[in-house]
Design a protein around this ligand. Structure first.
Ligand code: DGT
Ligand code: CA
Ligand code: CA
Ligand code: ZN
Length: 576
């Protein structure tokens, strides 16, 4: 059965392919599909039972899009989409992710140079053929080559951004979990470890009826091509070419299986060595002492038998976690979702790109049980999305009034400041002091030198009206490389100025990245984990931010939004 999420995925594909077809992301049709997708999200309720007319009644969904949604629900496909797919194969579509290669250039490169895939494009770059095309040159060639490199688009080893893989894995595990014979279904592998990009999805299922599980998998709507069709293992490819491995195990072996398939491989090898040191054997079926079963039902039991604490999946990269776990001090006291007391990067429809009202956004935050919340709509420098002084002051009044309804949650009047090309910020210093709290972030000028970007960030960090730095590099994983920084001096400036580094939980961002977080933790940089929500449906990002923090070994005490209201406000005020 198709769901709202399937419809959203279908609309996403229409956006991508129609952008290529119409040679512009601004075309009327592209905008209509985008709008419909947002409308569906805002609507929230299951729409799969609605007629074409009822769909059109939802604001933002036009007639033609409604009929495509209906066609998709009724037949499982959309003729228009099939037609577009035939003309734009996945390998070609992939090229549209490369910054600097717009749909117009792509069409030209295809028609003039016969470029159909990444291999062709690399050849054309090597032969310096791109520079002779209209509106191109040697500089564009160099930019494209660099972008390919930084996006990690390398043919067969192509990796999928976590934002594309995780929702799919969640849908699949939920569908399997719903089966009667299934006691547990979990996605494992790099996805469970919160890697930014995923080679393939590994799902492990505990069930006494493998036949029933495999039957659901091979008939799943996500399947495009079956690669392996075994009694306890099925591998298939999705429409986008992503491989999914599903394995069924006995419930008594589930812990051993998810431990093995979560990896990393290097972590597994180190664990197996610990087992061997004790005269035992560890594999995906269990921890064995000869014929004797020592542990295997849960991961925790296996770690315990090996004299280790439970190691959270994001830490399992064999970068010292086993040594730390075995040491006297044990693992650091990592931040967990339940420690989080507030969200400090949070938009309303006061921002041009915000899609829920202040009242609705505050209500869903309060429902999380938060003790505090910073409303941080965009400052005036973000032309379309920002607010001028007058609008901001009105917004403040509205926030103060709303506060009266929420005695248990402090609502801060905040702002997301835009870090300009030279590190300058919105408004003036006096006006910025009116905010209770700010997050400053980069939204443009991605192409400057490392030295320039480093100086730019440090200038912003040194400004006394800045409390935190949002999405440090501005990257979209696999789609847009962020700014390049000399990270050490930036981290030093954060410490020196007592400014917090954000871990942005949006799956497209996960910024600062976990490797940067780990270096920040070593230096004692304060951290803040935020959702950067623009809609009431986005608060679940907190979990992904926390997992990214764990991957960076972030201890609770460094995360300012795990602190009590008193501790947090003391810190925030001190800076201002
Ligand atoms: P990926 O898919 O490239 O993003 O990365 P993973 O970590 O998901 O790797 P994958 O899918 O090849 O294998 C899933 C897990 O299975 C891996 O993390 C550890 C385990 N595994 C796979 N091959 C081996 C192996 O040769 N030895 C050991 N000890 N474990 C393995
Ligand atoms: Ca994998
Ligand atoms: Ca795999
Ligand atoms: Zn934001």
């Amino acid at each position: 059965m198709a769901t709202n999420a399937d419809i959203a995925a279908m609309l996403d594909e229409l956006v991508t392919l129609t952008t290529l077809e119409e040679e512009s992301p601004q075309s009327f049709k592209v905008r209509a599909y985008e709008k419909a997708k947002l409308a569906l999200e805002a609507h929230g309720h299951d729409v799969t039972g609605l007629s074409s007319n009822e769909l059109t009644a939802i604001a933002g969904i036009g007639k033609s899009t409604a009929s495509k949604i209906r066609e998709f629900l009724d037949t499982g496909s959309v003729a228009k989409l099939d037609d577009l797919r035939a003309r734009y194969p996945a390998q070609f579509v992939e090229l549209s992710r490369i910054p600097g290669l717009g749909p117009k250039s792509l069409k030209l490169i295809r028609s003039e140079l016969g470029v159909e895939n990444l291999e062709d494009l690399k050849r054309a770059l090597d032969n310096q053929q791109i520079r002779d095309l209209p509106r191109m040159g040697a500089t564009s060639e160099a930019k494209i080559a660099k972008a390919i490199d930084r996006l990690g688009l390398t043919g067969k080893d192509r990796r999928t951004p976590i934002a594309d893989a995780l929702p799919l894995a969640q849908r699949l595990t939920a569908d399997l979990q719903a089966l009667n014979s299934v006691t547990d279904a979990r996605y494992c592998g790099s996805l469970r470890r919160m890697s930014e990009t995923i080679g393939d999805i590994d799902i492990t299922v505990a069930s006494t009826d493998p036949v029933a599980v495999m039957d659901v998998v091979v008939n799943h709507p996500e399947v495009n091509e079956i690669v392996v069709n075994g009694a306890t293992k099925t591998s298939f490819l999705t429409k986008t070419g992503l491989q999914v491995d599903v394995r069924v195990v006995e419930p008594s072996q589930f812990g051993a299986a998810i431990l093995y398939f979560t990896g990393s491989k290097a972590h597994n090898i180190a664990l197996r060595q610990r087992a061997i040191d004790r005269g035992w054997l560890l594999n995906e079926y269990g921890l064995m002492d000869g014929d004797q079963f020592v542990a295997g039902k849960t991961e925790k039991a296996i770690y315990e038998a090996l004299d280790l604490p439970f190691i959270p999946p994001p830490m399992r990269e064999a970068t010292g976690e086993i040594e730390a776990g075995a040491s006297e001090d044990g693992l650091p006291r990592l931040i967990e979702r339940k420690h989080i007391r507030g969200d400090l990067h949070y938009h309303t429809d006061r921002s041009g790109d915000g899609r829920s009202s202040l009242e609705d956004m505050v209500a869903v935050a309060a429902a999380q049980g938060y003790d505090y919340l910073a409303i941080t709509d965009h400052g005036e420098d973000l032309a379309i999305n920002g607010s001028n002084r007058e609008q901001m002051l009105e917004h403040r009044d509205r926030i103060r009034k709303l506060q009266e309804l929420y005695p248990d949650m402090m609502i801060l009047f905040g702002c997301e400041l835009n870090i300009g090309a030279e590190g300058g910020l919105d408004y003036d210093s006096e006006f910025r002091m009116l905010f209770d709290y700010t997050v400053a972030s980069v939204h443009s000028h991605f192409d400057r030198s490392v030295a320039d970007q480093t100086r730019r960030l440090i200038t912003a960090i040194e400004d006394p009206t800045v409390n935190s730095i949002g999405h440090l590099t501005g990257r979209y994983i696999g789609r847009r490389p962020g700014i390049e920084l000399d990270i050490e001096p930036v981290l030093d400036a954060l410490v020196a100025n007592d400014v917090a580094l954000e871990i942005n939980g949006a799956l497209q961002r996960l910024d600062a990245a976990s490797d940067v977080v780990r270096r920040a933790v070593d230096k004692g940089v304060k951290l803040v984990i935020n959702t950067d929500s623009h809609h009431t449906s986005e608060l679940g990002r907190m979990e992904y931010g926390v997992l990214t923090a764990q991957r960076g070994w972030a201890p609770k005490e460094l995360v300012v939004n795990s602190w009590t209201l008193k501790q947090f406000t003391k810190w925030a005020k001190q800076r201002r």
